[in-house]
Design a protein around this ligand. Structure first.
Ligand code: UTP
Length: 409
């Protein structure tokens, strides 16, 4: 196992300089030609967050309380206008949250997107298995209890649902894959697209972004080369000795954390599915699954995990790509996930990171931001993607933000 090479976030980095302008130009050309489709995986159960309803409906905007879906929609709308090409958006749901997801979009008039450019499809499910007996659980007398088959199920679902055919008809060649819980993700990133599609060390099949790990114990999988092939090593599989190993400059040797942001080549997904036996491996997780007692028919709402859930993970497709590149990104710039009800990776931490990113954008324009003695912005700032998708888009700014103010731009 060796560390995975990556393009550093700063293209002037001396160990591996690269031509950001060239790749941005390549990505922008592809966008103007309509070669990109956006794809959000939104079929998860969001059990840690404990929110009623699909996670994409969660109010994530720190000032407006705008939903995650609205934030992505505004990004896609802004990019479609900028590149003067519609960017189709594919939304993977699960049979459990499909109807309320579609209903949410209808209620919000598709957030200004053309309805024909938004499609929904449900992913597959797997039977939930009794942890104690290994038998399949029943949801009701005539119905097997199931769970969505993981974000890796998306690679099959894209094919089975007809989404890949729709992409072909539209001339889409690359798919921007992101998760539903990160309001800062760049749904449309021309530089990443350019690297993925045209860098000499990329086969344009599956590319990834990486975040440097905070510390050796951070519970995040890392990209690594295994027998020469790029793959992911889950944190639970990385021996402590390797997790804490450092380079001479102090960097963790295996520092390439996985924020689950990818670009997929249309051809790659098509190639995988051309084999009818295509299947990613299953991972097991112990979960609480409501079911019935098969003897008495009584409902069981377990307080402790009673079931084994089988899931596929999308990163297991990485070694199937011929040549795969990784681009480094930064937490404040692109990662503010909402996973938990409180603490780390919660809506509270996400709001803080969003404000931090927005404050940094405003400071680039000379706007004065009030800060606490610890250096955190002492205000809340939200920037709609329709106002700006990057700091360069910002105009007509105030000179300063008042201490304690809540500002939506
Ligand atoms: P998570 O691993 O955070 O799982 O999903 P989750 O089900 O949403 O949340 P918990 O673990 O129950 O709290 C990461 C991303 O993958 C999607 C989720 O919607 C989220 O965008 N996902 C996960 C699916 O689309 N389908 C799945 O079967 C699992």
């Amino acid at each position: 196992m060796t560390p995975a090479p990556y393009y550093p976030a700063d293209p002037r980095n001396r160990t591996r300089p690269w031509d950001e302008n060239r790749y941005r130009a390549d990505g922008e050309r592809l966008l103007r030609e309509g070669r990109l489709g956006c794809f959000v995986v939104a079929g998860g159960q969001g059990s840690r967050l404990g929110f009623e309803g699909p996670k994409g409906c969660y109010p994530a905007g720190p000032v407006t309380g705008k939903s995650l879906f609205a934030i992505f929609a505004e990004q896609i709308l802004a990019a479609s206008k900028h590149y003067r090409r519609p960017i189709p958006w594919y939304i993977m749901t699960s049979p459990l949250n499909h109807a309320p997801t579609v209903e949410f979009f209808e209620r919000h008039a598709y957030f200004g997107l053309n309805q024909d450019d938004v499609s929904f499809f449900a992913q597959g499910v797997m039977p939930s298995i009794d942890r104690a007996t290994g038998r399949v659980l029943l949801a009701s007398k005539h119905e097997v209890a199931t769970n969505p088959d993981g974000h890796g199920g998306s690679l099959k679902a894209l094919f089975v649902s007809g989404a890949l055919d729709d992409m072909r008809a539209r001339g889409v060649e690359h798919i921007s894959y992101f998760q539903v819980d990160n309001p800062l993700v760049k749904c449309v990133d021309p530089v990443f697209l350019g690297l993925h599609a045209t860098a000499p060390d990329s086969s344009g099949e599956m590319s990834s972004k990486m975040l440097p790990k905070r510390d050796p114990a951070e519970r995040v999988g890392v990209f690594a080369k295994l027998d020469g092939k790029l793959g992911m090593v889950e944190y639970s599989d990385l021996p402590e000795k390797l997790a804490s190993k450092r380079e001479s400059d102090g960097r963790l040797t295996f520092n390439a954390g996985n924020p689950a942001i990818h670009l997929l080549g249309w051809r790659f997904v098509e190639r995988l599915n051309s084999d009818p036996a295509f299947s990613l491996p299953f991972h097991r997780a112990d979960k609480k699954v409501p079911c019935i007692d098969p003897e008495t028919g009584a409902n069981i709402d377990p307080a402790e995990p009673n079931a084994v859930k089988l899931e596929r993970f999308v990163f297991d497709a990485l070694p199937l790509a011929e040549r795969s590149i990784i681009l480094e990104t930064d937490r404040t710039t692109e990662f503010a996930p909402i996973k938990n009800a409180s603490g780390e990776d919660s809506s509270e931490s996400s709001r803080r990171i969003q404000t931090e990113r927005n404050a940094a954008w405003l400071e680039l324009h000379g706007v004065q931001i009030p800060r606490t003695p610890q250096g955190e912005p002492d205000c809340v700032i939200e920037i709609s993607p329709l106002t700006a998708c990057s700091p360069e888009d910002l105009t007509d700014l105030p000179d300063r933000i008042q201490r304690g103010a809540k500002v939506a731009l």
